[in-house]
Design a protein around this ligand. Sequence first.
Ligand SMILES: *[C@@H]1O[C@H](CO)[C@@H](O)[C@H](O)[C@H]1NC(C)=O
Ligand SMILES: *[C@@H]1O[C@H](CO)[C@@H](O)[C@H](O)[C@H]1NC(C)=O
Length: 216
Amino acid sequence: MARGGSGALLLVVVLAVVFTSPVSGNSEGDALYALRRSLSDPDKVLQSWDPNLVNPCTWFHITCNQDNRVTRVDLGNSKLSGHLVPELGKLKYLQYLELYKNNIQGPIPTEIGNLKNLISLDLYNNNISGNIPPTLGKLKSIVFLRLNDNNLTGRIPRELIGVSSLKVMDVSNNNLCGTIPTTGPFEHIPLSNFENNPRLEGPELLGLASYDTNCS
Ligand SMILES: *[C@@H]1O[C@H](CO)[C@@H](O)[C@H](O)[C@H]1NC(C)=O
Ligand SMILES: *[C@@H]1O[C@H](CO)[C@@H](O)[C@H](O)[C@H]1NC(C)=O
């Protein structure tokens, strides 16, 4: 009787602990683990990415804030190939997404536009294709948007004109088309950061050049 009672008490305590523990760290770990599964990693730089840990804050190449939320992913120059995943859009506190100089293919997920705290999106020197998602216009903290040396097509989304935080943008060496915007943050971005896009016209003369020149 006494043993049964303490067993029941133990069960109550265990359940209370399980149901009151913060689980938010795990959802970010799950999102990053989805990225790991989508990438090929010959140098095993993602080996420490164990989804069974309580949060991803001890994983290599991940930085968290004091509340154990992921603020930084540092995977430049890591010989990664494969695709980005929509789950990246769940990393709500992410400030730096550094994936430059790999061989990542496929599109930029539109969900990246959900990263309201993102300061730096560095995807340069990969093999990323598809359009620049118009949802990147929702990145109200973005300062560095470096997408150069990929295989991007389509127009420069006009949604980016409204992103006043944007200071450094480079889309050179892609396959973009249309014209280069001239207003908002584009006033201060040098034309060399648009070069080597064979179908991209010069800066648009407001009201004269058609915005989708060479895009069909
Ligand atoms: C880049 O990706 C395309 C598919 O989108 C593929 O055909 C091509 O071989 C890749 N290039 C390199 C250098 O891996
Ligand atoms: C760019 O993508 C096209 C297919 O969309 C592919 O044929 C080409 O090889 C790619 N360019 C590079 C440099 O990988």
